[in-house]
Design a protein around this ligand. Structure first.
Ligand SMILES: [Fe+2]
Ligand SMILES: [Fe+2]
Length: 368
């Protein structure tokens, strides 16, 4: 049975979405957009997209063959109080200072599982958006590239689904904030909003989150999976930046402002998902107090700020940061993330993130 999950907005408390909504195994998002048949097959007309496609064809990997599933044992590591990721996701003080060692260990397991489950749900959102771009993108080079992203996202979904089932043994529903954003990105009939919402904002924030996961995770298996995924995600973000640079050259001021506002709403929703309401609910902890502590915790604040490291330079490259009266620059200034604006944008950086530059003790890449 199909059930529609309410979209939710940035300031809507998760409590407004019912438990039944969260447990629905299938949710439907109604969308209408034009499927474009491009009958000019001049491949390479957009040379940078063509180069991305050619790279993607040679960088495919296999979840069964290239990942060593015999290593890792995440539950014990997640329960370890010295796991750096626990300090990142679990604030100090308040209710947390009253938990027993056993409860803290359980919380470590829950927060690690929640994080990977949200990655998994995001991968399905990316799969859907990439498939939509295959249909709606107006250039043949974009259709070729988006086709490779469909396979990439299926592979990411496969890897994280297996990791959740075999290594975490704990499933979480999708975050209300994330599902609302994914619904809006998928539903919008304008093809560039799919790119902007998914490739630039969601995957840009995810790229930073994957980077921190890769750096801090004590699990060699999760490190390995994450490094493979990062290589693909960097291409996906570059795909968005390269495509939109051309598409945004001719937009009117009103159209650009609409895109600035969409980006800001999207980053707020992605940031708010780290309030992790689902974790506190499942462990019967006071949700309001926990989210307030996450919101105010200095480590958690710094983590949410660091997530913007790829998004800000990419939006600057697209001209959206400074367009018009600099509305988005002002908003990002209020969030304290303008320090990232001079970093490399992902269309320049992605070749350095591919598997050729990965440490070989982590990534074996033996399939080819
Ligand atoms: Fe992905
Ligand atoms: Fe992706």
């Amino acid at each position: 049975m199909l059930e529609s999950v309410p979209a939710g907005v940035a300031d809507q408390p998760a409590a407004e979405v019912t438990g039944r909504d969260k447990r629905a195994l299938v949710s439907a998002v109604e969308c209408t957009f034009d499927s474009l048949f491009v009958l000019s097959y001049d491949q390479g007309e957009r040379s940078q997209l063509d180069a991305l496609y050619r790279k993607a064809k040679t960088k495919q990997w296999d979840v069964d063959l290239d990942i060593d599933w015999s290593i890792g044992g995440q539950i014990d590591r997640a329960r370890d109080p010295n796991n750096a990721l626990n300090r990142l996701h679990i604030p100090a003080g308040g209710v947390f200072s009253r938990l027993s060692d056993e409860q803290l260990a359980e919380l470590g397991h829950a927060s690690a599982a929640w994080t990977i489950n949200q990655f998994l749900h995001t991968e399905q959102g990316a799969l859907t958006c990439a498939a939509k771009l295959v249909q709606s993108a107006p250039w043949v080079d974009a259709k070729f590239y988006a086709s490779t992203q469909v396979m990439d996202e299926a592979r990411h979904m496969e890897a994280y689904a297996r990791y959740v089932k075999e290594k975490m043994e704990w499933e979480f529903p999708i975050s209300t904030h994330l599902s609302g954003l994914l619904d809006d990105v998928v539903r919008d009939s304008r093809w560039d909003f799919t790119y902007l919402g998914m490739q630039v904002v969601i995957e840009g924030l995810a790229l930073a989150a994957f980077g921190l996961q890769y750096k801090l995770s004590p699990d060699p298996l999760l490190k390995q999976i994450t490094r493979y995924v990062i290589a693909d995600e960097a291409r996906h973000v570059a795909f968005g930046v390269l495509s939109l640079r051309e598409a945004y050259a001719d937009l009117t001021a009103a159209e650009l402002r609409e895109r600035q506002e969409f980006c800001f709403e999207a980053v707020l929703r992605m940031r708010n998902r780290y309030l992790a309401e689902e974790v506190w609910e499942q462990l019967d902890l006071p949700v309001d107090e926990c989210t307030a502590l996450v919101n105010a915790g200095p480590v958690q604040k710094e983590y949410r700020r660091a997530l913007f490291s790829a998004v800000v330079p990419n939006l600057k490259k697209l001209g959206l940061l400074d367009f018009g009266d600099g509305w988005l620059r002002t908003k990002f200034g209020e969030l304290g993330v303008l320090g990232f604006e001079d970093g490399d944008d992902t269309s320049a950086e992605y070749p350095r993130m591919d598997l050729d530059h990965a440490p070989w003790d982590v990534v074996r890449y033996q399939h080819y």
